[in-house]
Design a protein around this ligand. Structure first.
Ligand code: MN
Length: 129
């Protein structure tokens, strides 16, 4: 019996957090949530999730800084981080991938794309691509 993958959602907007949590739970994954980047980094260190969904625009610690902290830490540097941003502009995807994100999702979320991208990143991580 395999354990379900554990996904950490770092998102400061209540409605988005609830929506992502619902989608992730419905996909059969275990869900962890953080309301800002500081909490996200702390939970990633202690809980060692398989994947992080990282909002970009957040108070205290924005998503790019939080991802950079995760990658700089040997405890969390291996965890893939998907950027989730509401300010989708041309070049955003390239900019965020170059910053170190594993993949990218634009808000408002397309639920099919959401499922596809998460499934793809987890499959790559588990080496069963
Ligand atoms: Mn936000």
């Amino acid at each position: 019996m395999t354990q379900p993958s554990r996904i950490l959602i770092v998102e400061d907007n209540d409605r988005n957090r609830k929506l992502f949590r619902l989608l992730v739970s419905n996909m059969g994954y275990e869900c962890l949530v953080a309301e800002d980047g500081v909490e996200g980094v702390r939970i990633a260190r202690t809980e060692q999730p398989d994947l992080v969904l990282m909002d970009i625009q957040m108070a205290h610690l924005d998503g790019i800084s939080a991802m950079t902290q995760l990658h700089a830490d040997p405890l969390t540097g291996h965890i893939p981080v998907i950027a989730v941003t509401s300010y989708a502009m041309p070049g955003d995807r390239e900019r965020l991938l170059a910053a170190g994100f594993t993949d990218y999702l634009a808000k408002p979320i397309d639920t099919d794309e959401f499922r596809q991208v998460i499934g793809k990143v987890l499959a790559k991580r588990h080496g069963d691509s």
